[in-house]
Design a protein around this ligand. Structure first.
Ligand code: UFG
Length: 322
């Protein structure tokens, strides 16, 4: 079975669906601190906490685990600056707990949710995997530290991993079974859709004086179902004996905040009021990745690379959760 840690969350739940669709058996382990039990629509669910090593051992004793995918992490960059301990304990220490139990049970295939935040402020666009990594906040640093741990564990213990550095995960399951539901919500697309649905008055544009074509930040939005596909390809790569690797997962196209708002107006048919605001601290002007390596080694190709399709699936889901 495949163990999906954090499988009740946004990305983990989409990966769980995709694994089951392709005939894998899954166990979801999640403490539901941010995840949603009703997102676990496939496989079996074991509620537990990575902070409690005995609870991890119980799952490994109960099921025959072949590989682990790890999504359970806190992801609020601003909060990580204000309360770094919260981030290092969960995203770093608890990952060490998970790896410890994996080694005890000789489970040696690991797919890790890393992030483009490990690169910090990019010096070259598009960002490739060998771009220098200088993370600028505890969220990015914690993920970077896990990557370093993985390199050492891989050399010493024959653990093989695929560390997947996501750019901006977005969109929802095209069939509308799972989607994005954060509390609090800070991400651009769901907030725009809240404004479209009348749940908020407007969308604030954080910074209009960046050195980009329209002055607003540019991001590489990657559809969550494409991310899910990449995870399964990464798993199969490891199953076929592939060596430990890092992969960027982005669609290679950047869209500005204004462009995302414009597309959302078209998709929803709503006016969506945008208000120009101050820059948000810590936002790099442009984050766009090269996913050439994932395309070449994993044979991955994003299917929803177009921002319109991404917003359409997000809107379909958003209307369901109202
Ligand atoms: N933005 C606005 N208004 C908003 C919200 C966001 O203008 O109300 C802008 C941001 O300033 C940024 C862009 O929209 O320029 C995207 O912002 P998100 O908050 O949606 O996502 P981030 O780019 O901040 O994502 C980053 C990293 C990810 C990391 C994530 C953690 O790129 O790797 O933070 O949540 F995982």
């Amino acid at each position: 079975m495949i163990l999906i840690v954090g499988g009740a969350g946004y990305i983990g739940s989409h990966v769980n669906k995709e694994l089951n669709k392709r005939g894998y058996e899954t166990v979801v382990f999640d403490n539901l601190s941010y995840g949603h039990e009703d997102f676990v629509k496939w496989g079996v669910f074991e509620r537990g906490d990575l902070g409690n090593i005995e609870e991890i051992r119980e799952v490994f004793s109960k099921y025959s685990i072949e590989a682990v995918m790890h999504f359970a992490a806190f992801t609020y960059v601003g909060e990580s600056v204000e309360d770094p301990q919260k981030y290092y304990l969960n995203n770093l220490r608890n990952t060490l707990n998970l790896l410890q139990v994996m080694l005890e049970f000789e489970v040696k295939k690991f797919v890790f949710s890393s992030t483009c935040a490990t690169y910090g402020n990019p010096i070259e666009i598009p960002i490739t995997e060998d771009h220098p990594q200088n993370p600028i906040n505890p969220y990015g640093k914690g993920k970077f530290m896990v990557e370093k741990v993985l390199e050492d564990y891989s050399r010493a213990y024959d653990l093989r991993y695929a560390s997947l550095r996501y750019f901006n995960a977005a969109g929802a399951d095209p069939e509308g079974e799972v989607g994005e539901l954060h509390d609090p919500e800070t991400h651009l697309i769901p907030l725009i859709l809240d404004a479209a649905a009348g749940k908020r008055d407007d969308i604030k544009i954080f910074g209009t004086d960046y050195d980009t074509h329209d002055g607003t930040c540019v991001r590489d939005y990657i559809h969550v179902t494409d991310l899910a596909d990449a995870h399964i390809r990464a798993l199969e790569y490891l199953k076929n004996g592939g060596a430990s690797e890092f992969f960027n997962l982005g669609n290679g196209n950047g869209f500005s905040v204004r462009e995302v708002i414009d597309v959302s107006r078209e998709v929803t048919g709503k006016p969506i009021k945008a208000v120009e605001d101050e820059r948000r601290p810590g936002d790099p002007p442009v984050l766009v990745g090269s996913s050439k390596k994932a395309q070449e080694i994993l044979g991955w190709k994003p299917e929803y690379a177009n921002i319109r399709k991404i917003v359409e699936t997000a809107w379909k889901w958003h209307q369901k959760i109202e």
